[in-house]
Design a protein around this ligand. Sequence first.
Ligand code: PLP
Length: 478
Amino acid sequence: MPDAEALSGAYKTLLSAIEEVEPRIAQATRSELADQRSSLKLIASENYASLPVLATMGTWLSDKYAEGTVGHRFYAGCQNLDTVESVAAEHARELFGADYAYVQPHSGIDANLVAFWAILAHHVETPALAEHDVRGVNDLSEADWEALRRKFGDQRLLGMSLDAGGHLTHGFRPNVSGKMFHQRSYGTDPQTQLLDYDAVADSAREFKPLILVAGYSAYPRRVNFAKMREIADEVGAVLMVDMAHFSGLVAGKVFTGDEDPIPHAHVVTTTTHKSLRGPRGGMVLATQEYAADVDRGCPMVLGGPLGNVMAAKAVALAEARKPEFQTYASAVVDNARALAEGLMTRGATLVTGGTDNHLVLMDVANYGLTGRQAEAALLEAGIVTNRNAVPNDPNGAWYTTGVRLGTPALTSRGFTTSDMDDVAALISDVLSATSARPTKEGKPGKARYDLSDDVVQNARTTADSLLSTRPLYPGFTL
Ligand code: PLP
């Protein structure tokens, strides 16, 4: 950890420079730190990047255009961005043991788009286009183009359903992936709520997808990627794994063997800001076979890369290669298990009956609440979560019946398993004291709720005392 006091001085100076130009932005920046420090952050997709990672984002590396790839740019003077991109890619390859890493995607959605287009290009495109042969492109007749467009638009993707924990980018209508592909989804077993590999295989045999997507946003269990690859191979599909949520657990060697997607998937995508604890952004890792196609992410679907963010990815990946990161990743999982056990001991219902990754999906129906009411009541008490659908959710994707809780952020602050039991007690107390407020017509309400000020006050006092023993960025003041 760098000298927190010296860094505080640097940030104070920077913020006063910002203050002179737009005071509201300086104020919002200060307030955000205060908010992050004073709440129990249990959003499974969030974390706290280190101060060096944050500081790396605030530099002039942002000011350079560098469309293209390392050594092959469409702009002059990209030597420093070449260094940044190569260092980040080298760390990513070595950390994950991947043949190839593409660190340009600006977010997880962008990484998935790059991966989809790369797979489509690899399997559907004509050789003339795949070889960047501009003359070849010009030689294509209108009829060839039309045939190509039809082929691109006629491909199939099989991914995990939204209410089983899949992500919008896995072929769902509100996202472009649902418009690009004919989509079908696999769910979980109605009894156990666990992934049913035989059902996935049956679906794949019938649907014959070009792409089988594995990975999730809200599934509280590990996935066997060796089994997913067997299914993909049997039907001739490409296995794409979106490890956005759990890449920190892969980096930290908690997910190894069949649970590590890299040796099994053709293409792997991730965000860099969730359990991996880096800057907000995305990455694609691929086998050599797909490298040239992934490399065309810019200009295929991306604009110029963000030099400052690629630099911050390099710093975060260097941090993740240290032994301490493995200790962190194991603690994330131990903490999730302790949270799950603490909640279940106090009567909570958890989807799949527990967790073996970094997240817990709580079904709040037994408190008589919707996910939306539970999320809002917990927020009042200083506990930040997000509502989430549960399998076959009767309240739909807006109100939901679930609340998703994750441990990457609190583990970064140093929370232990015993702290997580205290957090579980707090959550249980707040939800037990919350009641759904009926609508004016006397029907069960889905949004409003009643919670006494006393309960809120007591919960806040307990949360404050937990937070004060595990400060965020110790020694850093603004
Ligand atoms: N993929 C998965 C599995 C995710 O959970 C998310 C975000 O929550 C994304 C992709 C998209 O990431 P981003 O918000 O960076 O675009």
